[in-house]
Design a protein around this ligand. Sequence first.
Ligand code: UN1
Length: 491
Amino acid sequence: MELKNFIAGEWVAPAQARYVTKTNPATGATLAQVPLSDAADVDRAIAAAAAAFPAWRRVPAPKRGEILFRVGRRLEERKDDLARLMTAEMGKVLTEARGDVQEAIDMAYYMAGEGRRSFGYTTPSELTDKFAMAIRDPIGVAGIITPWNFPAAIPSWKMFPALVLGNTIVFKPATDTPLVAGEMVKILTECGVPAGVVNLVYGSGSEAGEAILGDPRVALVSFTGSVETGRHVAARAGEGLKRVSLELGGKNAVIVLDDADLDLAVDGIVWSAFGTTGQRCTACSRVLVQAGVYDALRDRLVARMKTLTLGDGLEPGTDVGPLINRAARDRVHEYVGIGRAEGAVVAAGGVPVEDGALSAGAFYAPTLLTEVTPAMRVAREEIFGPVLSMIRVQDLDEAIAINNDVIYGLSSSIFTRDVNHTFRAIRDLATGIVYVNAGTTGAEIHLPFGGTRGTGNGHREAGTAALDFFSEWKSVYVDFSGRLQRAQIDS
Ligand code: UN1
């Protein structure tokens, strides 16, 4: 099946008949042929979005919100079939795929409500008979470039606030997850988003993505992906003075202190390290363990990891699905080799798995590296797979220092029963998200999402923070004195 782009309300073939084959990462089965669109396709999509903007920005925001309410309802009706499609195309287990769709449902309802809020403010003027207010204005065409690890949630974080605020969209999803992206666009259209307001262009970052970044008609770019690509996106978008929001990597740590509930810590660590096969930017990839419980925690983790069933996420009973593709699996294995060479001990996993039913998939055994030290590459670089490194620390101060000493700053967590430790951690962990007595994943859509340092460029997604990115302020002064009043000038 050859997929089509969606431009100006029509499903259209790419200008050149070039495609990449999309396969199921658990079974190797072919799912679709994904267009590798070129600059001409992107140009048409941007032209459509630019043409649709003047009318869309004038649709009353509550009406735009009503469309998103319908989208939320439609996503609820289709939750299960979208989740199945998602598991087939990117591998996460079905319960997690349902969670991914649920996140989009939550975002649809939340942003639908913003149609009747999108608050600005009024404030007194320094002059008599003068009224002052600040209101939110849409910006224009939004370039939305999304990764494959949250095929419904991440596009919803970007598209729904963009739409409710009156922007139009050129959406380029990862070629690894074309099918859910296509369904999202179909749903938006069925629910009443007018032609040209949302345009979908499949293609590579180096060609279709580049065309979005270089186009002066694109006013803002929202990108989630790797640090290397994020740097490039920021530089290209910067040349064009575009507004740009980057959500990049993580090297998220769970801190376990001697006074922690160890069983709870094991639950939280296993869920956040091996859920989504470690392919979340919020995934836990370091555990910073106080020396008194290091051995006990290691043994409990190893025991729990033995119970994890690797397999096709559509099969009931599967705990951990495949990596997104074989190249990703091989990269994970390379990192385990690097860890070994640096002196880490492989306490569990450490091998690709290709037995029996898993022979055609991209499976890797959940892996625990112990005796890791903070300077090792496996303790500093994002692996984006099911590999967890255990580092021994003496106390909370050392744990916080190690947590903060990586280029990333997305999520962190602490397991402790001590209220003083808890609040010191909240104050000093230098990440955009901090969890207490829970793992590093599971951000909810009505709070700001994003990170410090190399995780991004200071913006936040989700919550009201998303409104700040997808709108700009317009300050309005209304003088009803009937005479010239001069601000700041002595009379
Ligand atoms: C991501 O990995 O890019 O907090 C997003 C979480 C999810 C979103 C993760 N709600 O893990």
